[in-house]
Design a binder for this molecule. Structure first.
Ligand code: 5AD
Ligand code: SF4
Length: 438
């Protein structure tokens, strides 16, 4: 039978979908890239903002027509929204055959077999600690040079706005040896760059304990991976600033393969709002981490996540965010308008910032960001940039492309002798916001 899987949300979801697909393929199912060719339609969903849920629910809702025409088709809703809404999804959308939560991905072959044989609705949402060992399969495509590795699951931080701890459960880290072995297998298969994933990745190995000042298991993991021969680049997402003690700052700054481009979610630059968000740092502390990294790794770039319109956010709070953003000079930022998630601590507060103000603050930050990006790009033109070569450009088949350390696409004319996976230096001649030309 053929299955199709659509993924909403973050890179953790992409990785879960990939591992789930590889488990289904191992059980004899065939993966297709077109919805119309599939017998089984799977939707791996996101709950982080209301809009993400509505998008997936809307998509699944309209499949009623297809289900009437082809009743044999199986529809499954997976992941965070499945975990949050449980059987309510089937109550509201009865043509959904099954719901499988965030810890059930490795059980999909069994769940689907059971839907097929019994032809009844299934709601599988139990916690399952085995998932962390069992969800390790990868799918390789031709000339793939980059791969995700999940190093931990869950989050214990309970930032007041965030649904993740409720749908992804407690922090659990994979044994370091398993991660090193998986990275080794990927490198043997031709992978040159690995992207480490975890909801609260820098607390790797702490299982919810606070970061000690003298050590950092995540820094140790980075050092072990850095030593793997044949591996060229290491990226990771998303760390919480509180885990950036000196050990981790040094590891990121000094380890040669760790990209000098750090995603460091700031959320707000106002100490009052940060406190209400339960973030456990101040703007000053955040900036001191950034400045230490800048001092130890000149040229390092940063990206971030920011929420505008958190309950009670005033013009003055917003200006603090603007200021911190300007002090860091981000290379990229994801800006979100606050959206209430029921069950979270912040949902007890009134969502009192009008939508129009959220929109206005969003636009202001985007314009500020565009200015810093332009500034960065002006500095890059004329400079030499190291590029991990990915191959023929998708947009223009006469040119090649790759990525810079700071994760920007670099487009260049093919050079004799250059191969996919090479690390090569290019002089940048032109730059747009997200693309460099060399
Ligand atoms: N409203 C808006 N943005 C949110 N995020 C998380 N929860 C919410 C929410 N309730 C943002 C945070 C986080 C990113 C993945 O999504 O900025 O870092
Ligand atoms: Fe959500 Fe905070 Fe955990 Fe990130 S650290 S997943 S924002 S609770």
């Amino acid at each position: 039978m053929k299955f199709y899987i659509k993924t909403y949300g973050c890179q953790m979801n992409e990785r879960d979908s990939e591992a789930a697909a590889s488990a289904l393929i191992a059980s004899g199912y065939e993966m297709v890239n077109e919805e119309g060719k599939a017998d089984i339609l799977l939707f791996n969903t996101c709950s982080v903002r209301d809009q993400a849920e509505r998008k997936a629910l809307g998509k699944v809702g309209i499949l009623i027509k297809l289900k009437k025409e082809k009743p044999h088709i199986i529809i499954g809703v997976l992941g965070c929204m499945a975990q949050r809404l449980k059987e309510k999804i089937i109550e509201d959308i009865p043509h959904v055959d099954f719901v499988a939560g965030t810890e059930q991905f490795h059980r999909l072959p069994e769940i689907i077999a059971s839907v097929l044989s019994k032809r009844k609705h299934i709601v599988a949402i139990d916690a399952d600690s085995e998932i962390i060992e069992r969800l390790a399969g990868h799918l390789y495509s031709d000339n793939q040079i980059s791969a995700y590795i999940s190093v931990m699951r869950g989050c214990n931080r309970f930032c007041s706005y965030c649904i993740v701890p409720y749908v992804r459960g407690n922090e659990r880290s994979r044994p370091m040896e398993d991660i090193i072995a998986e990275a080794g297998r990927l490198v043997d298969a031709g992978i040159r760059e690995i992207i480490l994933l975890g909801q609260n990745i820098a607390s790797y190995g702490l299982e919810g304990r606070g970061q000690p000042t003298e050590s950092s298991p995540f820094a140790e993991l980075l050092a072990r991976l850095n030593a793997i021969e044949g591996l060229v680049r290491i990226r990771f997402t998303s760390p919480h600033p509180q885990y950036f003690n000196e050990k981790l700052i040094d590891a990121v700054a000094m380890l040669q393969k760790v990209c000098k481009n750090v995603h460091l979610p700031m959320q707000s630059g106002s100490d009052r709002i940060l406190k209400l968000m339960n973030r456990h740092y101040t703007a000053e502390k955040y900036l001191s981490i950034v400045n230490s990294l800048k001092a130890k790794a000149p040229g390092i770039t940063f990206s971030t996540d920011i929420i505008v319109g958190f309950p009670t956010e005033t013009e003055a709070d917003f200006n603090d965010t603007r200021q911190l953003m300007q002090a860091v000079e981000y290379d990229n930022a994801y800006i979100f308008k606050y959206s209430t998630r029921s069950g979270t601590k912040a949902a007890e507060m009134k969502d009192d910032v009008p939508q129009s103000i959220k929109e206005e603050r969003n636009q202001i930050l985007l314009a500020d960001l565009a200015r810093t990006t332009e500034e960065h790009n002006r500095k890059i033109v004329g400079a030499d940039v190291e590029v991990l070569v990915e191959g023929v450009s998708k947009r223009n088949s006469t040119r090649w492309c790759g990525r810079s350390d700071s994760n920007k696409v670099v487009v260049f004319d093919p050079v004799p002798g250059i191969k996919i996976g090479d690390l090569a230096k290019f002089k940048i001649t032109r730059a747009t916001a997200m693309t460099l030309f060399g």
